[in-house]
Design a protein around this ligand. Structure first.
Ligand code: GLA
Length: 383
């Protein structure tokens, strides 16, 4: 991070880091109280923080080369549809939860590709929240931090996201994926197989409808739950409905709603089966579940797009690929591929070449490792 702090301030400057994520399986299940299996990745956002002696938060973004300031005592803070909404939303969310946030100078920089479905927004939220809580004198409870960052995005930014991204950005573990129950927020970590790598392929496209369609999917799921809960005792969320239940009680649902429910119900079952496959070291089973997940997201949930489908199809023709699927919210962004270690170099070259030949777009390919969640990373130079 470029050092723009004067010497005395530098002594008081601390740096916090929070990672982006890739989701291995369990897409659009988090806001249905279901299961997900994300891993934090080695792309992250850094927030340098130093105290101010007034009631202002000033924030400079290295990536956008822009400075924004706001008053901590503003009685009616409003979003501006601007990158700084993520920072401001977190401040508001902490304040609403009763935390007295101190005036601070923040400098933000990051390498999580923005708008690629790798959760750059969760990374900036969590790094900001962690930095502000600690530097305002509070202990950080990671579950609460994740929840407050999700609330910032739901209520201030206006994106009705689930808890997955913020949770894994707080709780990620090196070399491991998380199996998270989004209802209880209980999780366990699972070692990724040594002989495989997770390769992320960025289609480099982002379709405008992403946010609107995301919120629409949530409403469609809610509509499904309203109908099914009248027929199934105790069904509060799609998490509580089995595929047999859906067959016997959901046949009269409008077709779109029925298919949305079918995706979520089957995807939850796939996450649990995938956790089992990972524990048994069965890469083939795991890969097949990834393939099924993609088909279901494409056909039943309808959140894929031409470029994502193409990237998945291209991967399937290559040697050493166990499975491939879109990852994240959809409508562009990235695919995640489980690839045998010794096939990775060839995979990277070939998929990049074929995708570019077909679309004219040069994709970005990242071979990623599962990384640690949010932490302080202040370097030694601090006196
Ligand atoms: C986005 C949201 C998450 C989750 C995924 C889809 O990343 O932020 O909460 O719903 O989409 O699985």
């Amino acid at each position: 991070m470029r050092d723009t702090f004067p010497a005395q301030q530098r002594a008081e400057t601390r740096i916090y880091r929070a990672p982006g994520r890739v989701n291995l399986i369990g897409e659009h299940t988090d806001y249905n109280d279901g299961f997900v299996m994300p891993a934090a990745i080695d792309f992250s956002t850094l927030v340098a923080i130093s105290p101010r002696d007034d009631r202002t938060i000033s924030v400079f973004s290295d990536n956008f080369r822009e400075q924004v300031s706001f008053d901590l005592d503003d009685p009616a803070p409003q979003p501006k549809r601007h990158w700084s909404d993520y920072v401001r939303g977190v401040v508001v969310s902490l304040q609403q939860a009763g935390y007295e946030v101190r005036g601070s100078k923040l400098q933000v920089t990051g390498d999580v590709p923005i708008g690629s479905g790798l959760s750059s927004s969760a990374a900036i939220e969590v790094a900001t929240g962690y930095a502000l809580l600690e530097r305002s004198g509070f202990d950080v409870d990671r579950i609460e931090l994740a929840t407050l960052c999700q609330r910032a995005e739901n209520e201030f930014v206006g994106m009705r996201c689930g808890i997955m991204d913020q949770f894994v950005s707080c709780h990620g573990e090196k070399g491991r994926a998380l199996l998270l129950d989004c209802r209880s927020l209980k999780y366990k970590t699972l070692a990724l197989a040594n002989e495989t790598r997770l390769v992320i392929c960025n289609t480099m496209v982002k379709h405008e409808l992403a946010a609107g369609e995301y919120n629409k999917r949530r409403s469609e799921c809610e509509q499904g739950v309203r109908y099914l809960s009248q027929r199934l005792l105790g069904a509060r969320a799609l998490r509580d409905v089995t595929s047999a239940d859906l067959e016997s009680h959901g046949r009269d649902l409008p077709d779109v709603i029925y298919r949305r429910c079918r995706h979520v119900i089957n995807e939850n079952a796939r996450v649990l089966a995938a956790a089992d496959a990972l524990e048994r070291g069965d890469n083939r089973d795991f890969g097949q579940l990834m393939d099924e997940s993609h088909r279901s997201l494409r056909d039943d949930y309808e959140v894929s797009c031409e470029e994502l489908d193409l990237m998945v199809e291209l991967a399937k023709d290559l040697a050493g690929v166990y499975g491939a699927r879109m990852t994240g919210g959809g409508f562009g962004g990235c695919t995640v591929n489980l690839v045998a270690d010794d096939a990775v170099e060839e995979f990277k070259d070939q998929i990049a070449r074929s995708y570019e030949n077909k679309t004219g777009i040069t994709p970005a390919i990242y071979v990623c490792s599962a990384a640690q969640g949010a932490q302080e990373v202040t370097p030694e130079f601090r006196s």
